[in-house]
Design a protein around this ligand. Structure first.
Ligand code: FAD
Length: 392
């Protein structure tokens, strides 16, 4: 990937990891993005290019064969990819979320081995936390880990959605810690290649985000007990929600930035055609730049707050949790506003699917942000949290 150009990379894209991601996005993922969207298929070319560029393993600690890249760099890389192909960017985001769970809490030899295999074998990890019948509620599970008495366990789960489930090499998922446990007494388990089956039970034919291929699956797992995370899922989830939110929202921000960039180009082209006059849509572009500034600022401040809290007791503080959910509520809303206004600026040229100013994928993809997972749920949880907080 070293020979790839980083032409047209945005000014914020300065780090090595971010620039490599931009190159993968511009030179590979963008080429197949329309086809991936049309056919609702896995973005195999983009993901292979990420693997070849060392980006799937970039955040894996150096002692396990990775580059030890920061969460901020990986968020930037995700945002860079999203400008070109939402599916490739979301695969990057979700795989890195699994890496983050393993970095913070994968403290068994088996789980460390899984993390190492991302660097040595290019293993792609998916997530199967959601369960049929529970919607977006990941704090409960129906399914349970069944220990078989020989240091191994068996687990069956009806998963609501597993993005790129049919293409994943490994899997992380939640379950009750044993068949007698209450629904909220959950563990997270890791499944190495060859230890699980995913049988697809639904199609994935959506308005946008079509290339994530997030169908429902029946998961069947037979693994070693050392693949059960030693820390309860409640703690893992609370400590990792910041990284999850930062990475997913980097996708929505990247989609919005791409739309704003196209609208900017449209207005500048218009200005060149009518030298001496300000294009009629220029004030709307100025509005877009305000909103984009807001989205970029809340992303930057939340990344800084979360990274500063890692390794301290602040990682589970109410104020950080509030800020993290606000990042989602804010960026998903602002991104839709930015893409809608960018579409208005480009007018018919933006509405056409075959124009260089087309907003087709941006518009459809960005609408997935508020329901992955649902904003009403995040708002409801923050409403509860604020009742208990003494300061806002
Ligand atoms: C593109 C995409 C990829 C995904 N990939 C994965 C994956 O890889 N792995 C995985 O496990 N899951 C994945 N999911 C599933 C995701 O994590 C959620 O489980 C799923 O989006 C929840 O869907 P839902 O709308 O049916 O449920 P809910 O979020 O439960 O929402 C259902 C309805 O209830 C309402 N609602 C819920 N809670 C509240 C509340 N507190 N207050 C008010 N209203 C409320 C919502 O507004 C909504 O109308 C993916 C989802 C999407 C869209």
């Amino acid at each position: 990937m070293g020979s790839m150009t980083v032409a047209n990379a945005p000014t914020w894209c300065t780090g090595d990891v971010e620039r490599r991601a931009w190159a993968v996005g511009a030179e590979v993922a963008a080429v197949f993005a329309d086809e991936v969207d049309r056919d609702a298929r896995f973005p195999v070319e983009g993901v292979d290019a990420l693997r070849s560029a060392g980006l799937l393993a970039a955040m894996v600690p150096t002692e396990l064969g990775g580059e030890g890249a920061s969460l901020a760099s990986i968020a930037g890389a995700t945002r860079a990819l999203a400008a070109h192909c939402s599916a490739t960017a979301l695969v990057m985001a979700m795989h890195q979320i699994e890496i983050w769970y393993l970095i913070l809490h994968g403290h068994t030899p088996g789980l460390q081995g899984l993390l190492r295999s991302v660097a040595t074998d290019g293993v792609l990890i998916a997530n199967a936390n959601s369960e049929v019948g529970l919607g977006g509620e990941v704090g409960r599970s129906f399914c349970a880990v069944e220990r078989t008495g020989d240091g191994r366990f068996h687990l069956e789960k009806d998963v609501l959605a597993v993005s790129y489930g049919a293409n994943a090499d490994a899997l992380l998922l939640t379950a009750r810690r044993d068949p007698e446990a209450a629904e909220g007494e959950q563990v997270m388990v890791g499944c190495r290649p060859g230890t699980f089956r995913l049988d697809q039970t639904t199609d994935w034919n959506t308005t946008g985000l079509r290339g994530t291929c997030s169908a429902s699956f029946k998961a069947t797992v037979d693994e070693d007990e050392e693949m059960i995370f030693p820390t309860p899922w409640g703690t893992i989830g609370a400590q990792c929600i910041g990284a999850t939110t930062i990475l997913l929202n980097s996708v929505w921000l990247g989609i919005a930035e791409a739309a704003a960039t196209r609208a900017h180009a449209y207005v500048r082209a218009d200005a060149r055609r009518k030298i001496g006059t300000t294009p009629a849509s220029a004030p709307l572009l100025a509005e877009v730049s305000v909103t984009l500034g807001e989205a970029r600022a809340i992303m930057a401040s939340t990344i800084a707050a979360y990274e500063a809290a890692v390794g301290t007791e602040d990682l589970e503080s109410a104020s950080l949790l509030l800020a993290v959910r606000n990042l989602k509520l804010s960026v998903t809303t602002l991104a839709i506003e930015i893409v809608s206004k960018a579409s208005l600026i480009c007018g018919l040229a933006g509405y056409k699917r075959d124009s260089p100013y087309s907003m087709d994928r941006n518009l459809r993809d960005v609408l997935g942000g508020p329901l992955m997972a649902n904003n009403s749920r995040a708002a409801g949880e923050n409403a509860q949290l604020l009742l208990a907080m003494k300061a806002i």
